[in-house]
Design a protein around this ligand. Structure first.
Ligand SMILES: [Zn+2]
Length: 236
């Protein structure tokens, strides 16, 4: 039975190592996910800036077409002026020219506004693209490191699992089950020392008779409070 306790302790040591590797793996995986999410976010921003710019350029083209049209109207009306015979007609054409010029001015202002907007968005897009390029270089390095670390973790996990199973499998089935349950429900600590009359797993006092019996019997006893399997360190 004492041999079993030695085995259980070794088993627990392996499982605790495995748990800590698992935690490290999850941390790295979370980091990698975070990096991926950030890259996607910036790429989406660049794409959305791009589509806004395209839309604005389309609107600007429409405005420029209108402007060309109005410019042509002004020239046409101005060309008619020398041939006009009556004062009334002359004034009417002048008014036409004036209206067209006002429209021209308005369209020119709108084109200018689009230019400003496009320039601002283009600048923002260039900035984002730049930070994306910088990020991608850093990310490539970091993701490579993460990949390597995860592979190393996998390798040591696999060999620890093999070793753990080789220790666990020879134990009686009921003990295996009990051990697994305790590991699961007692935060990865199934085997715990009893010292000075208390269980060091839950820090509760043990009945004196039980505590004393730990020194005498080879049988594996459990804590009545937390159910963990108890061992004592015998004084030399
Ligand atoms: Zn306990």
């Amino acid at each position: 039975m004492e041999d079993q306790m030695i085995l259980l302790k070794e088993l627990q040591g392996l499982d605790q190592k495995l748990n800590s590797i698992g935690q490290d793996q999850r941390k790295l995986e979370t980091e990698r996910q975070g990096i991926d999410t950030e890259v996607v976010r910036i790429r989406d921003m660049v794409a959305s800036l791009e589509s806004s710019i395209t839309e604005l350029e389309g609107q600007r083209s429409q405005l420029r077409l209108g402007l060309d049209q109005e410019q042509a109207n002004v020239e046409k009306s101005e060309g008619r002026l020398p041939e006009i015979k009556t004062q009334k007609e002359y004034l009417a054409v002048l008014k036409e020219i004036d209206t067209a010029k006002k429209l021209n001015k308005d369209l020119t202002d709108q084109v200018e506004a689009k230019n400003t907007e496009i320039a601002a968005l283009t600048e923002e897009k260039v900035e984002k693209e730049q930070s994306l390029t910088e990020m991608e270089a850093q990310i490539a390095t970091r993701c490579g490191e993460i990949e390597q670390a995860l592979k190393a973790f996998d390798k040591s996990s696999n060999s620890l699992v093999k070793k753990r199973d080789s220790l666990l499998n020879p134990l009686p089935k009921a003990m295996q089950r009990n051990y697994r349950l305790l590991m699961e429900r007692r935060a990865g600590v199934a085997i715990v020392e009893a010292r000075n009359g208390a269980c060091l797993g839950c820090n509760m006092h043990l009945p004196p008779q039980l505590f004393n019996s730990l020194f005498l019997t080879q049988e594996i006893k459990t804590c009545p409070h937390c159910s963990r399997m108890l061992f004592v360190v015998q004084a030399d």
